[in-house]
Write a protein that binds this ligand. Sequence first.
Ligand code: NOJ
Length: 747
Amino acid sequence: MRTMHKTLLCLMGLWLAWVSVLPPGGLAQPVADPREAAFVDSVLSLMTLEEKLGQLAQYRGRWSDTGPKVPEGGEAEIRAGRVGSFLGVYGAAYTREMQRLAVEESRLGIPLLFAHDVIHGFRTIFPVPLAEAATWDVTAVEEAARIAAVEATAHGLHWTFAPMVDVARDPRWGRIVEGSGEDPYLGAQMAAARVRGFQGADLRDPATMLACAKHFAAYGAAEGGRDYNIADLSERTLREIYLPPFQAAVEAGVETIMAAFNEVNGVPAHASTFLLDDVLRREWGFGGLVVSDYTGVLELIPHGVAADRAEAGRLALTAGVDVDMVSGIYVDDLPAEVRAGRLDEAVVDEAVRRVLRAKYRLGLFEDPYRYSDPAREQALTLTPAHRQAARAMAQKSLVLLKNEGGVLPLDRTVGTLAVIGPLADAPREMLGGWAAAGRAEDAVTILQGIREAVAPGTRILYAKGATIEGDDRSGFDEAVRVAREADAVVLVLGEHHDMSAEAHNRTSLDLPGVQRELAQAVHATGKPVVAVLIGGRPLSVTWLDAHVPAILMAWFPGVEAGHAVADVLFGDVSPSGKLPVTFPRTVGQVPIYYNHKNTGRPPDPNNKYTSKYIDVPWTPLYPFGHGLSYTTFAYANVRVDRPVIRAGETVTVSVDVTNTGDRTGDEVVQLYLRDEVASVTRPVKQLRGFERITLAPGQTKTVTFTLGPQDMTFYDQAMQPVIEPGFFTVYAGGSSENVIQTRFEVQ
Ligand code: NOJ
């Protein structure tokens, strides 16, 4: 066995020597790295059909007393060459041992890939992705993904199933927490940043890993906000709203894509040649690997497009799903299909090439153990620098929704402060869902953060008040008692970590359980109340908005939750997050999003026969892009460098932003565009640029954006991309609603 591996490595050396003397263009197909193609083909030529299909199999790990392990029987599968990768198996020493089995005890010695859902940090858990998107800080988001990669790769991982780049317009859908919200432009920026962060500049650097843009496609369009449900949408909406973040990820060089569980317009994504071949590979030129989502291949049977496992496998592999996660169909059922002539072995070969290429790009054929280094694992986990980055990210992700009468920031010498609520001292909840190797004991709770931040003489009283869910009101009296004793109250309310993420959809966006009643009881004491909200989706906190002077949306802030929240509550940091998603007044308004169409009868309060409701206003509780600061910003003088351009040219937009308050603060300057009249209806606004700036009191900065052809392009009635002549309105401001405007003309 050992000899086989050595043979493979020798072969690699020979190929390297051989291709280095090849003339340019010496290969039939242009490929980025001819040595890679030659090496991969050389390995492929040695493989049996079973070994090939084995490379396409990914199995799920199991949890043992000593951490994640390969499943029962996994070691035999490795030795038999019947597995290419594992999901949820990590640990430097353990992956080294499993890798040794693969490279020394399997016939060909092909190294394994270890994959995991590293979504918002590995051990140092950052704010959930929706919260990271609320920073609108592309650099910080890239850095967070890089830190996640540093930690994950030190634990033997090569591949993360992130970024999740699904646009979500329906907050009932629990997975809204994993993405960047409702906007394709912001989503595209975040997608590209995360890909850059995970993959770095060179995949051979063992601190980088394969990224995976998921779930392709329109997973966020699940009907009724119910996970796994069908997506039925126009090709225009698909292309304009749901696809841009995927395309951005592909342009940023993402190595892998995950197919979505859902069908799109009648065809399950796992069997969609339109999505996987026409769009992804042909239109966008994606050359990487496509992985199924979990048992997505098997699920073609209940979808009703495959009669049995073999047909499901044939459909998925032929459509372009290269790796079969969990189902085991490719490796178990497809050898017979190939032998019977129902599946062309060339299709198998192409998928295997993609897996081998990924392994080659990570440098695993040179050194299969490069990711499995216990010393790195020891040195690079939960470092103070990583925690500091998580804290800085959490600070920027907090969105100040309301601050009447300047209740915030609190004075750290406040006297007596009551901290009340089921999420005030809840370490596990701070991490949110998909917390990888995160641990509750690493998390700083909000109560702890506040205790550390107040002045020595300040008294902190704590009452849980209620549970997150359920109808137990027995803690109300204690909560009211401590509120009465206090000079101010911090009320920490919201969802637990398991109320959003996969399969955690809600039909209500209200505070769960009796939390609103708890807030009412505390509010009735007459003490100033600051509400801190924890959650993975927009919450329709209409009562709080009407009664409580200050509301801070904290999402799931990660390991440094308490520190970051206290930094903002006491004014060490001025809040600067902006909503990446609209907050509805009630779930009944869903879907509600800022980049809607105007309709022929836009809402008019004075006209009954216009597009609105009879029971609630049509407007959101808080609009997309909203977020207050402890200082104030004024926008003036939005202007274009040229009032008239020709189609295909660029226009430069500038706006002057002034800090009109008395403290330094960050502002996210947002730029929106509207095509006023076109041959198909266009959204009332589309985000086309943003920049986070820091301004000292009285300081003015001119922020400049360049709008290019891609910003003015849309699909015409024949679904062809066009820029049509006419006027465009440009809006600049601190939210999608609080804007000033100008216009330019395209001739
Ligand atoms: C199912 C989820 O949809 C996907 O996002 C995740 O990567 C896989 N399970 C693996 O855990």
